[in-house]
Design a protein around this ligand. Structure first.
Ligand code: AMP
Ligand code: TRP
Length: 341
């Protein structure tokens, strides 16, 4: 299902759930593929967002960095417009129902299904010395996150679509055995920005774990760094700013970024840069990114310096999240035949 625009959201009271891992600094890919969308959705949906820190330990973390990344990401999401007065925004590990339902759902998820997950295949190639059981059953925890809140729509980037599909299968399987228990969710993929590619290798997605530091724009990058990274962005031998759908060129990627920030169609962008060459276009993209990130960077500085406020917000949200999710967990346990008091 594609994201709708403007008025189509209105009068809609469906529940949205999404989460992001505090596994490092947030990238432009995360922002355009997920977070920008989240803050817009808050206006017309009941929204629930989480920092998926339990997911993060499927890859070994340094404790100090992990704590720092988590609190910084909480502040950064507030700076991106996640409003804790409008949405529930909590830290996954603060709400114990997630790991409990994850175990239960593990028992309703097949080895074959988990083996087919692209992310598992990729990560087990990348972290060959730590292919742990958590990495394998990760999608069952993600299913628990989603199903606990009866979420209808799950705004994620392209790469997470397969996990949402698996969540649907798990929910349908459970409902098939025990009768209606879980809401069957749907992925909600943005029209543009769903897949921002690496600036150095436009055939692979922009990822914080890529080794070349020029490949990835971080939300907290300085203006100079952003300009430098865009100037070095890999393109091709052409000169004309033109979108070529089937080819994954660097120019397509830059057009995608520019189009999402400036709200312009590819046609409009092609006209704007007709006869101007790649250099001028790269500078325009960099300036657009800087202008859009600047207000976020300023708010981030304010939030991160007020730890008390952050703590108050994540604690309050965890209490509410627990209240909601405990009901779902209890219902599921009753259906299975656990003795619940
Ligand atoms: P992660 O950083 O893997 O926890 O991803 C958090 C969210 O950002 C998920 O919804 C991803 O689908 C989305 N995302 C991550 N990288 C990209 C990218 N390069 N382009 C678009 N969306 C992305
Ligand atoms: N697995 C997601 C990612 O890496 C993060 C995530 C965890 C998530 N639980 C979720 C996303 C539930 C959507 C819904 O990006």
């Amino acid at each position: 299902m594609e994201a709708k625009k403007g008025n189509e959201y209105k009068k809609n009271k469906e529940t949205i759930f999404s989460a992001i891992q505090p596994s490092g600094a947030m990238t432009l890919g995360n922002y355009l593929g997920a977070i920008k969308n989240w803050s817009e959705l808050q206006e017309n949906y009941k929204c629930i967002f989480a920092l998926a820190d339990l997911h993060t330990i499927t890859v070994r973390q340094n404790p100090e960095n992990f704590r720092k990344n988590t609190i910084e990401l909480y502040a950064l999401l507030l700076a991106c417009g996640i409003n804790p007065e409008k949405s529930l925004f909590f830290i996954q590990s603060h709400v114990h129902t997630h790991s409990e339902l994850a175990w239960i759902l593990d028992c309703y998820t097949q080895f074959g299904e988990l083996s087919r997950m692209t992310q598992f295949k990729d990560k087990s190639k990348k972290y060959t010395d730590n292919i742990n059981a958590g990495l394998f059953s990760y999608p069952a925890l993600m299913a628990a996150d989603i199903l606990l809140y009866g979420a209808d729509l799950i705004p994620v980037g392209e790469d997470q679509k397969q996990h949402v599909e698996l969540t649907r299968n798990i929910a349908q399987r459970f409902n098939g055995i025990y009768g209606e228990t879980f809401v069957v969710p749907e992925a909600f993929i943005p029209k543009t920005g769903a897949r921002i590619m690496s600036l150095q290798n436009p055939k692979s997605k922009m990822s914080k774990s890529e080794l070349n530091p020029n490949a990835c724009i971080f939300l907290t990058d300085s203006q100079d760094t952003i300009i430098k990274k865009f100037k070095r962005a890999v393109t091709d031998s052409g000169t004309q700013v033109k979108f070529t759908p089937e080819e994954k060129t660097g120019i397509n990627n830059l057009m995608n970024i520019y189009s999402t920030f400036e709200n312009k169609t590819f046609d409009e962008i092609e006209k704007e840069f007709e006869g101007k060459g790649y250099g001028v276009f790269k500078t325009a993209v960099a300036e657009s990114v800087i202008a859009n990130l600047l207000p976020i960077q300023e708010k981030f500085k304010e939030y991160i310096s007020d730890k008390e406020y952050l703590q108050k917000k994540y604690r309050q949200s965890a209490i509410t999240a627990l209240e909601i999710s405990e009901n779902t967990l209890k219902r599921a346990k009753e259906k299975i035949g656990f003795i619940v008091n």
